[in-house]
Structure formats: structure tokens, C-alpha cells
Design a protein around this ligand. Structure first.
Ligand code: LMR
Length: 444
């Protein structure tokens, strides 16, 4: 076991500076807001001169006359010229029977996963055809130009439900009033990087984003952490957001659930919609436990359909645990499209009622769990939802020695990860004694 101590004092925000003259602007087809007008100070490195972002060349743009905004049309500080009148959401709501606008914040928005995800969100396939949305895209200073490109592509797609796009590099700006926060952005583990170092680097990102959510997001924001190591990042995030219910923080293990369903379907020779009740227990790592004991195929226990228990215990389990790594070997990069699809699935599982008798997996805060899993960690467990964004844990699951032994192993790993980030969760000095035989799915 590698042991490393990190002092709480080594974690501090870097120096910051502020310009009151930062501007916002908008764009041709939908409201595009450059989020730099900050109430908070930001690191000097993250400062950017705001500029008009518009598909139309500047010399073709007629300067807006804001004073001509017709009476009765709410003036929006961030809107630009004609968009102040044409995007009167309130009157659109009346004629289209739309729900009220929801704000969706996405970090790592210039990356591959987000590139698949954003267009699904904008099309209405995630939240429904009567749900207008605002996309609030968080990137880094380095990715800012790419973020502008993403926003332009969204703009050019003419999605009727996409009412607003804003881009920025400061979570305190971008997360303002977010009802959903999809936290994708994280550093990948570089060559030779200790796992403890990855936990620390990404942990700092999620501690900061937790603080930002705590300060500016909706009090009932639902947070899905995708950036790895996602369970511990979700724990760090919620610990830094004490004013948001801990229950609202999820770590994405839906991708693992989908992978497990696919493998069982292949082995049983059935289409994957016949596989249900698939739980992934624990960490999104190679200790995760795809639970074939409680899963069903055509409503029957998997073990009655696939009687090769050795295959289930060894090949199936390892295939799911290491699927991400095999994919990286073939593709040369991490899964992106299937991750985006699984984020969609994870959201839809919370905003639509779970089919009777079924459940879904998500990494959630363990406090009060009925299984006897250690409290105060983020652990993937079986959940059901009535479609209101909330969930409850499924109680009627069974355990045998094999399943419980593996659950204890993934639990031990998460407890070790938690000790290793104590400096980021406000629990004193970190002590890293991570087991050496476990990895993220992508590390092989
Ligand atoms: C995956 O499961 O595909 C990813 O989490 C792999 C990784 O480590 O990026």
C-alpha cells in the first residue's frame, strides 16, 4: 500500500483579480451570454475580455436600440437587441403550454462527452418536448475558444426548446440558479501520476464546484458527477455544499449498469431490454460489483437463465469492471458517446417514474442505507424514483457471501479514497492508503 499524507493547509484558492468592466453579449439565433460579469473575484489566469459572439459579421450588425423595447416585454439584462423581444419566454409559455425554463449547468462543456450530451439535452429527448432549457456551459480558460464553437453549433441547430446558452470559466457565474449540474470536467490521470495525486487534483476542482453550487445554484439542484474518480468527487462536492441536500448528489454508475445489461443480454441471447433489476454496487472502478444475483432476464433471476455461475462470477464481472479500459485500448480515448447516453439515462430515471418492479443504479450518499454499507460515502446502490427528481433506495434485494464479500471490497476502496481526501471534505488531514490492486475502469 502506498501511504501519503496531505495537510489541510495545502489546499487553498489561488490569488484572484477582478474587472468591473466585463461585459455580456448575445448572438444571432438564441441568447448567448458570455459569463464574465462576476460578482466574485476570479483567478487572474481565468480573466477574459468579453466580446460579442455572433454568427453575423460585426459590420452587418445593426446596433440594438434597447430603449425601443416594447412595453410589457420584460427587459433582460443579458439579451441583445431583437432577442429581448422575440425571446419573451413568458408569452411563449402561454401559447406553447411549456413548463417553466430550467437551467442546466455542464462542466467540461468543450469536451467529447459534453459534445454528445448537449445536443440530446437541447433536442428535448431528456427533459421532454414541453420543457424549455437554458444551457450554462463551464469550460476552462484553455478551452474557451472551443466552448464558443460549441455554443455556435448549438445556435446553428435551431432547437426551439433551447432558449439560452451561456458560456464561462467561473463556476460561481455559470452555476447561477442551476436546477441541474452535470459535472463532467476533470483531469485524466497522466502517465506516472499516483492515484492519490489524481484524487487531490480532481478533488480540488469538485470542492470548488461544490462551494459554487452551494452559493449560487438552486437550493434543490440535482448534481450528477461524471469526472473521475466520480464517487469520491461527488462526496467532496456535497461536503462543500452544506446548504444543498446531500441526497441530491449522484455519481454516474449508469454507464456500468448499461454495460452489465449488454453483457448479460449477449450471453443469454436476448435483446438488452429484457434485462432488468441491474445493480452496480460501489465504486466506479475495477472493484465495482455488477450484481447478477438480483438481476433479471425476462423477469426471471439471471442465475436461472445463465446457469454458468463461474462465467457470471469471473468473466462477466471482470468484463463490466474493465470495459472502460478495453474501450480506451481500442478507441485510443475514453468512452464519450455511451457515457453521454448513460447521463441521459441517469437523468431520465430521476424525472420519469421507474417501471413497476424495476430499479436503476446510481452512486448516492450512503447515510441511512438499509444494507449495512458504511455511512458517509458515495456508493452505487439500487434506486427507484417517482419521477420528481428524487429517489428512494430499494429494500428488497438479497445478498449471498460472494456478493457481500465484493461489496465489502469496493466499500473498503471508497473508505480509503475518503481518507485520502479528508483535506477537501473538512475532515482534517488526509492519509492515503489506497489499495494498489484497484483502478479506474480506464486504467489498465
Ligand atoms: C469509463 O468507464 O469508460 C471511464 O470512466 C474510463 C476512464 O477511466 O476514463
Amino acid at each position: 500500500m502506498a501511504a501519503l499524507e496531505i495537510s489541510a493547509s495545502t489546499y487553498a484558492r489561488s490569488g484572484s483579480c477582478f474587472s468591473p468592466n466585463d461585459l455580456s453579449s448575445s448572438s444571432a439565433n438564441l441568447r448567448l451570454v458570455i459569463k464574465n460579469r462576476r460578482r466574485r473575484s476570479i483567478p487572474c489566469s481565468a480573466r477574459r475580455i468579453a466580446k460579442i459572439l455572433c454568427s453575423v459579421a460585426p459590420n452587418q450588425v445593426q446596433a440594438p436600440e434597447l430603449s425601443t423595447t416594447p412595453a410589457g416585454v420584460a427587459s433582460k439584462k443579458e439579451c441583445f437587441g431583437v432577442f429581448c423581444t422575440t425571446y419573451d419566454l413568458k408569452s411563449d409559455d402561454k401559447t406553447k403550454s411549456w413548463k417553466s425554463l430550467i437551467n442546466i449547468a455542464i462542466s467540461g462543456a468543450a469536451g467529447m462527452i459534453a459534445n454528445h450530451l448537449l445536443f440530446k439535452l437541447a433536442s428535448g429527448e431528456v427533459f421532454g418536448p414541453d420543457q424549455p432549457i437554458a444551457l450554462k456551459l463551464l469550460g476552462s480558460e484553455r478551452s474557451f475558444q472551443a466552448l464558443e464553437g460549441v455554443a455556435m453549433e448549438l445556435e446553428d441547430s435551431l432547437y426551439p426548446l433551447l432558449r439560452e446558452v451561456s458560456i464561462g470559466v467561473d463556476p460561481y457565474e455559470v452555476f447561477q440558479d442551476a436546477g441541474w449540474a452535470l459535472l463532467i470536467g476533470a483531469k485524466p490521470r497522466g502517465p506516472g501520476m499516483e492515484r492519490a495525486a489524481l484524487l487531490d487534483i480532481n478533488g480540488q476542482i469538485f470542492a470548488e464546484q461544490g462551494k459554487a453550487l452551494n452559493e449560487v445554484a438552486s437550493r434543490n439542484v440535482k448534481v450528477i458527477v461524471v469526472g473521475n474518480p466520480c464517487n469520491t468527487n461527488a462526496l467532496i462536492c456535497l461536503k462543500n455544499a452544506p446548504n444543498i441536500p446531500a441526497k441530491n448528489f449522484h455519481a454516474l454508475t449508469r454507464l456500468d449498469e448499461n454495460r452489465a445489461k449488454c453483457q448479460l443480454a449477449l450471453k443469454a441471447g436476448v435483446f438488452y431490454d429484457k434485462v432488468s433489476n441491474m445493480t452496480i454496487w460501489g465504486n466506479h472502478s475495477t472493484t465495482q460489483v455488477p450484481d447478477f444475483l438480483n438481476a433479471k432476464i425476462n423477469g426471471m433471476p439471471v442465475t436461472e437463465i445463465i446457469t454458468d455461475i463461474k462465467w457470471l462470477k469471473e468473466e462477466f464481472t471482470e468484463r463490466v469492471q474493465k470495459r472502460g479500459g478495453v474501450l480506451i485500448q481500442k478507441w485510443g480515448r475514453s468512452s464519450a458517446a455511451s457515457t453521454a447516453v448513460s447521463i441521459v439515462d441517469a437523468i431520465r430515471s430521476l424525472v420519469t417514474p421507474t417501471p413497476p418492479g424495476d430499479w436503476f443504479s446510481t452512486g448516492v450518499y450512503t447515510t441511512g442505507n438499509p444494507y449495512g454499507i458504511a455511512e458517509d460515502i458515495n456508493f452505487s446502490m439500487p434506486c427507484r424514483s417517482n419521477g420528481d427528481g428524487d429517489y428512494e433506495l430499494v429494500k428488497d434485494v438479497i445478498f449471498d457471501d460472494y456478493l457481500w464479500e465484493r461489496i465489502k471490497k469496493t466499500e473498503a476502496e471508497l473508505l480509503a479514497e475518503k481518507r485520502c481526501v479528508a483535506h477537501l471534505t473538512g475532515e482534517g488531514n488526509a492519509f492515503c492508503d489506497l489499495p494498489e490492486d484497484t483502478m479506474l475502469p480506464g486504467e489498465q
